[in-house]
Every structure is written in structure tokens, then in C-alpha cells.
Design a protein around this ligand. Structure first.
Ligand SMILES: [Fe+2]
Length: 206
């Protein structure tokens, strides 16, 4: 069994709500360009505490120095994120760009956590709240986010059309999306048991 130093465990703690810069809001249902903000009017923010109740974990890191960042190293070690690769999502760098973007924006789940660290650029992770509303999480340079196994979600770039993201994985990577509906999928059942109505929801990384 892996063991960690107190320093590593302290460094790997998710962002406290008081200092977290993450911005999230409930979405409107307009069918306009997916890259727009799609806020309600008036805006209805979603707090980090609420995101945690849905199983989302968030850190704010120093993206300029990720290769030598002890905080990233500690998070990777504590969570067993052995695999990393860096992907630049833009028209010029991502093969099959248009189709990939369409696939990213199709509502789906995975049978593992989706872990992304934004080294540059920005985008939106949309996740389904427990009452099945869309919550849009704005991800920017320095944001490391875990979108938990079994949660319905999708991703889009914003109007800047550019993100450079590290994909992290616990073990050998599997990126397979399972498009909604997936109510019978074991990962969906696991998610609902852990975070759904009646579950005693606790943050994944607390
Ligand atoms: Fe995904």
C-alpha cells in the first residue's frame, strides 16, 4: 500500500473554497453557439461546495512550472495519476478537429475519472447537477479538475478556440465515452450510489 509524507498529503489537498478561483454557473437552454457563456439572466452561480457535492475536485496550480511543481507531483502521487499526456485543442493542432469537438460535446460518462489540467487557453466543462440541470464550469490556465466517473458531462472550447490540456489517468488510459442514456452502466450506478439522492455525499479527495 502506498504511503505518503505529511507534506505530500498537505500539498495534494484540493483548493479551499475561500481561495478557489473556479467559476461555474447554471446554463440557459439556448441553442446558440456552444462556445458562448450561456449564463442565465440573472446569473445563477454554482459554488465550489456544490460542485464538490457532485463529486468534482478542483485545484489551482502553477501551469508555467508544471514540470517542477511539487504540488502537481504530490497530487499525482497521492491519487496514483501515473499517466500524463499533453493535448493542444485547436484547429491547427488536433487531427480531426471538427469531429473531435462534436464528440467532446456529446453528453456522456466514462468508466473512470476524467482528469484534466489546463496548461494554457480555456474552455468549459458542463456537468449535470443532481437535479439534471447543466452546470458550466469555466476552466482556465492553471486549473486541474477531476470530473468523476459516471457523471454526465461534456466539454467545449470557448470563443478563443484554444486549450492546451494535460490528460492524466490512473493506470493505463481509457478514453471511451458512453453517450447518454447510461442508467444501467455500472459506473453510472456507482456515481448515483455515491452522490445521488439519499447518498451521504462526501468529496472524493477529502
Ligand atoms: Fe468526457
Amino acid at each position: 500500500m502506498a504511503s505518503f509524507t505529511p507534506e505530500e498529503l498537505a500539498l495534494a489537498q484540493p483548493e479551499p473554497e475561500a481561495t478557489a478561483k473556479v467559476q461555474a454557473w447554471y446554463m440557459d437552454d439556448s441553442t446558440e453557439d456552444q462556445r458562448l457563456e450561456h449564463r442565465l439572466d440573472p446569473n445563477e452561480p454554482c459554488t465550489l461546495a456544490k460542485l464538490r457535492e457532485m463529486g468534482v475536485t478542483y485545484w489551482s496550480l502553477d501551469a508555467d512550472n508544471w514540470e517542477t511543481d511539487p504540488k502537481l507531483a504530490a497530487i499525482r502521487k497521492v491519487h496514483g495519476m501515473s499517466y500524463i499526456e499533453v493535448l493542444t485543442i485547436s484547429k491547427d493542432t488536433l487531427p480531426d478537429y471538427e469531429n473531435k469537438l462534436k464528440a467532446f460535446y456529446q453528453e456522456h460518462i466514462h468508466s473512470d475519472d476524467e482528469i484534466r489540467y489546463f496548461l494554457d487557453g480555456s474552455g468549459y466543462f458542463d456537468i449535470r447537477s443532481l437535479d439534471d440541470r447543466w452546470v458550466r464550469i469555466c476552466v482556465n490556465k492553471g486549473d486541474l479538475i477531476i470530473v468523476p466517473e459516471g457523471i454526465y458531462h461534456r466539454f467545449t472550447l470557448d470563443t478563443k478556440n484554444y486549450a492546451k490540456a494535460m490528460r492524466l489517468f490512473v493506470g493505463e488510459p481509457v478514453w471511451t465515452p458512453f453517450n447518454r442514456p447510461q442508467e444501467e452502466h455500472p459506473s453510472r450506478a456507482k456515481y448515483m450510489a455515491k452522490y445521488g439522492p439519499g447518498a451521504n455525499a462526501v468529496p472524493v479527495s477529502a
